[in-house]
Design a protein around this ligand. Structure first.
Ligand code: PLP
Length: 403
């Protein structure tokens, strides 16, 4: 047997295992813009059909907003399609600086640096700022991009138990000899819709002289009184040193991300952060679209209000039906089914009933915690949510999972 065939057989056996266990991720193909209803094709199962979309990060419904499309189109005409360069060589336009300033004003920070994605932002922050003399404390449920970013740097690291301030304090206490201490947490944990305890975290940071970094990807634009995210929700904005966030969710959903925070830290990132220095800059189309999204958000609270109303309504309906959900107020609503195969079957049946959801199971969530994660949007009307809730009831009854 050739080496190539041996390697192929090895990977084929891995893929066969996925298929046999019914845990293979199958991408559905969307034939329409992102919206409350989408036209979806489930390869090899059914023709294209219109279904209610409950699994996009389109929290504010801006992914297909006419004003954003118009702004992006104008930028395409006036600024071109691509920059063909990293920022420090010849990839910075006036609108890139404008977006950085706009985000800093919006988040109430000193400065902001753009990245191609929040994954890159998290990948580029730790290695640039921390070394062997330093230490990072990271919530065990932090996003994969934070975990990977930490892996790239030489600092000591401690994973504290999810949202456990006792465990965080224990590690802080034992690390007082380190030069820089950095606590990093998701603002909202993406699989649970649960917020980090930022008020308590900043208290511990003050006590142990640590910096605080928050990934607010699932909060920027809609959490907090004026949508500025979890630091605003907990009234601790001044005490957060670094915020990373994405433009790929509530802010129009195209792509892009940033690190925003203390100017001396952002200045260092511009000199050292590898995904910033060695990767192409954002397309002018995305920059202009994100600027317009921020403009819309600052002009009115209507989308945020609708999102929160829709979320409250759907959470209430799921509880009335008798489904087990993780409590909270965030538009991420995890419906706990625990068993991975059951999650797959329920998601497929919901699709047949006209509702598009995706199941999550190990390794994305811990074993035994498989779930369907629903995401509510401001673009949903009551009718969409009522029909979706009825479909959940029908399918849940069929599978015997009502409490
Ligand atoms: N951080 C969190 C908490 C996320 O949920 C995600 C996306 O899933 C990211 C970072 C990555 O964002 P982006 O899509 O901009 O790379």
């Amino acid at each position: 047997m050739t080496a190539k065939k041996r390697v192929q057989d090895y990977f084929q056996s891995i893929l066969d295992e996925y298929r046999a266990s019914d845990l293979c991720k199958v991408e559905r193909i969307i034939h329409s813009p992102q919206n409350a209803n989408v036209l979806v094709e489930f390869p090899s199962r059914s023709p294209v059909r219109e279904v209610i979309n409950l699994c996009a990060n389109n929290y504010l419904g801006l992914s297909n907003h006419p004003e954003i499309i118009a702004a992006a189109r104008k930028a395409l005409d006036e600024k071109g399609y691509g920059m063909s360069s990293v920022r420090f060589i010849c990839g910075t336009q006036d609108i890139h600086k404008e977006l950085e300033d706009c985000i800093s004003r919006y988040l109430g920070t000193e400065d902001t640096i753009l990245y191609s994605s929040c994954f890159d932002a998290n990948g580029g922050v730790f290695e640039a700022l921390l070394g062997e003399e330093d230490v990072i404390f990271s919530d065990e449920l932090n996003h994969a991009s934070i975990i990977d970013g930490i892996r790239l740097c030489k600092a000591h690291r401690h994973r504290y138990r999810h949202n456990s301030m006792e465990d965080l304090e224990h590690h802080l206490h034992l690390s007082q000899d380190k030069r820089i201490r950095l606590i990093v947490t998701d603002g909202v944990f993406s699989m649970d819709g649960v917020l980090a305890k930022l008020d308590e975290i900043v208290g511990l940071a003050e006590k142990y002289d640590a910096l605080v970094m928050v990934d607010d990807s699932h909060a920027t634009g809609f959490i907090g009184k004026s949508g500025r995210g979890t630091p605003e929700h907990f009234s601790v904005g001044e005490k957060i040193d670094l915020i990373t966030t994405t433009f790929g969710k509530a802010l129009g959903g195209a792509s892009g991300g940033c690190v925003s925070g203390r100017k001396f830290l952002i200045d260092v990132l511009r000199q050292r952060s590898r995904p910033y220095i060695f990767s192409n800059t954002l397309s002018p189309v995305v920059v202009a679209g994100t600027l317009k999204a921020l403009d819309i958000l600052q002009g009115s609270s209507a989308l945020r209000d609708t999102l929160m109303e829709n979320t409250g309504f759907f959470r209430r309906r799921l509880r009335e039906i008798g489904l087990e959900i993780i409590d909270g107020f965030h538009p991420i609503i995890p419906i706990m089914l625990h068993d991975a195969q059951r999650v797959q079957r329920v998601a497929r049946d919901l699709y047949e009933e006209g509702v598009y959801v995706v199941g999550f199971f190990y390794p994305v969530v811990p074993k035994g915690n498989a779930r369907i994660r629903v995401q509510i949007s401001a673009v949903h009307k009551k009718d969409h949510l009522e029909r979706a809730a009825n479909a959940f009831e029908t399918v849940a009854r069929r599978h015997g999972i009502l409490r």
